[in-house]
Design a protein around this ligand. Structure first.
Ligand code: BDP
Length: 331
């Protein structure tokens, strides 16, 4: 009798293990952009690949347009709490949770997009991506996506630092970004999701904001703030993040597949980004926006004004920053 019982028990365990191993997991992904934005397309490609390569064991359910969380900081907190599996966010709000990220998004750090990609996909960028998990914040860095360069836009035109005095700009949720606009003599306002910027400008809460052409166009902000000032102050990449809980749930073998799938979507996003940047620029110009070019002197003033940020936010990362600058010599 005892033998029969232990056989039944053993069989039950094997069955339970087999069921567990083949159990399907569905994880939510939060995205502030629409499904047809470059990152939205990459999210869907990521989800498609993961489902295919894990033979349906891991499914990703993408939620666009900020329907889950309209503020990226809230999406990051939801990852920490294990409420969602993934969030595609800008690197800016991640810097509040993992300060080392700020070393990658300081103003005027990169010469151009190629320089940024050499850093992000090189040793520095990849180490910092891994450090997101090592920081013990309950987050896992999966991959970077492109987001071009960011410029100010406003209801009024300006082409010098001095003319920014008294203006209010919606900034991303990261103290460094608020300090950046303060260093220019203007005021920054945080706590406004990118989907809420249009209304914030229309209702006079702010005079403008800052972003790349695609977000400026896609969110309709160009219709509220028609002056786009080409100061190109930052290159802030996008990051696909996961919750540490989700990683544990998926298990080692399938997690390796998840990482491979994400890596496979990076170039796809970069290509979609290049197309979108061109078309957005065309749409805003045709829609009546004025693109304000800076003189070399004015541009130098913008750069000089932001230098103190390197002392405040870069002091712990001077070695990394000088390596990044050295990589720039090739470009
Ligand atoms: C856009 C990013 C998006 C951010 C937004 C912002 O794609 O993830 O939410 O900027 O300014 O460029 O918050």
């Amino acid at each position: 009798m005892k033998k029969v019982l232990s056989l039944v028990l053993a069989l039950a365990m094997v069955f339970a293990l087999a069921t567990f191993a083949s159990a399907e997991i569905t994880l939510k992904l939060s995205e502030v952009h629409k499904a047809d934005y470059p990152t939205g397309l990459a999210d869907q490609e990521f989800a498609r690949l993961v489902e295919e390569k894990t033979e349906g064991r891991v499914k990703i359910d993408c939620h666009f347009s900020g329907t889950l969380y309209d503020k990226e900081a809230a999406a990051i907190e939801a990852l920490q709490d294990g409420e969602i599996g993934f969030a595609r966010v800008s690197a800016s709000p991640v810097g509040t949770f993992v300060p080392e990220i700020n070393a990658l998004i300081l103003p005027y750090l990169y010469k151009n997009g190629k320089h940024m990609w050499a850093v992000l996909n090189g040793e520095i960028g990849q180490t910092i991506l891994k450090n997101i998990e090592a920081s013990g914040q309950g987050l896992v860095g999966i991959c970077y996506y492109d987001a071009g360069s960011r410029c100010f836009y406003c209801t009024k035109s300006f082409s010098t630092v001095a003319e920014m005095a008294g203006l209010k700009f919606r900034m991303q949720d990261n103290p460094m970004m608020l300090d950046m606009v303060a260093a220019l003599g203007a005021q920054g306002v945080a706590g406004i999701g990118s989907n809420e910027v249009y209304n914030a400008i229309k209702t006079g809460v702010v005079d403008g904001a800052e972003n790349n052409y695609p977000t400026y166009q896609n969110m309709g902000d160009y219709e509220a703030a028609p002056y786009y000032i080409l100061d190109q102050h930052t290159r802030v990449p996008e990051i696909l993040l996961a919750s540490a809980d989700a990683k544990a749930q998926v298990g080692e073998a399938d997690w390796a597949i998840v990482m491979e799938c994400a890596a496979a979507t990076q170039q796809y996003e970069i290509d979609e980004w290049a197309k979108k940047e061109e078309s957005s620029k065309k749409i805003v110009v045709e829609g009546g926006s004025t693109i304000v070019e800076l003189t070399p002197e004015a541009f130098a003033e913008f750069q000089a004004a932001m230098a103190p940020l390197y002392e405040k936010y870069g002091a712990n990362y001077t070695e990394i920053i000088s390596q990044i600058k050295a990589i720039g010599e090739q470009f």
